[in-house]
Design a protein around this ligand. Sequence first.
Ligand SMILES: [Zn+2]
Ligand SMILES: [Zn+2]
Length: 299
Amino acid sequence: MKIVPISLPTPFYIGPVNVYLIPEEPVTLIDTGPKTKEAVDTLRAALRNEGLSVADIRRIVLTHAHEDHCGLARALRDEAKDAEVLVHGWETGHRAGRLEYDETRQLLVRAGVPPDEVEVMRKMYEGVRQYADSLDDGQCGELTDEAELEFGSGALQVVHTPGHTPGSCSFIRHADRTLIAGDCVLKRITPNPILSPDPIDRSRRFRSLEEYLVSLARVRALAPTLVLGGHDRQSQIIRLVPTNGASAWEVSRAMFPGTDDVHRFLGVSEAVAHLDYAHSEGKLSLEINDGRDVYRKIS
Ligand SMILES: [Zn+2]
Ligand SMILES: [Zn+2]
């Protein structure tokens, strides 16, 4: 059973998103990318590489309902005619951390965010909504923990891994312990345990970090040999280094253009750490120029 990673562009801070295609019957796409022309064009090209088109997709499985992962789900389902969309019940309604919902705004108020800040956040969030169709139409199938997604030559088992969002799911192929982890386990980034209402009692906060730590312990016990994540900051950072070289500061400003005060320090810290790592892995060169460390792509 082949798993084909496809990197799709996103308009978000996080950079590209990885979705995964299983190009055998029933042809399955795990995550879809955001609803942008760039993402859908890249996806179509990747399907063509496998001799497939959107019409061949039978199953769209979502790790969670964030725009970069689920944005195209409804459009692809409609185009593929009889494809089904599967998502965990705690994600349906597309409600995890959604600021258009009063219950999420209440959590911000309780966290002490001043009301005008809440309003600014809600407005910013409206801009994000355009990158995903809502999945509120009651036409999604439900992913349940330990369910098997069968294929002709193998299977993936659903592992409910709440934390980043309440309904986040990962998928393990037991044959070689390959784990498709969405945003649950990210290579060299820690996922944000997003502020969300508890799916059982929506007036309460979801204990996202506690849940996340339990999920990580569970994932560790599965002893995956390969983890396929939703994002990879390492390759994003290498792409941001121009051919004529850049300092960590320049890379951090390209990576986090809108940040202010303390986040600028955090941004440059993250850039230095990743650039040094890429350098020691032989992916970037490093020289000191006028007392500044300059990283260059090795061509
Ligand atoms: Zn996410
Ligand atoms: Zn993501």
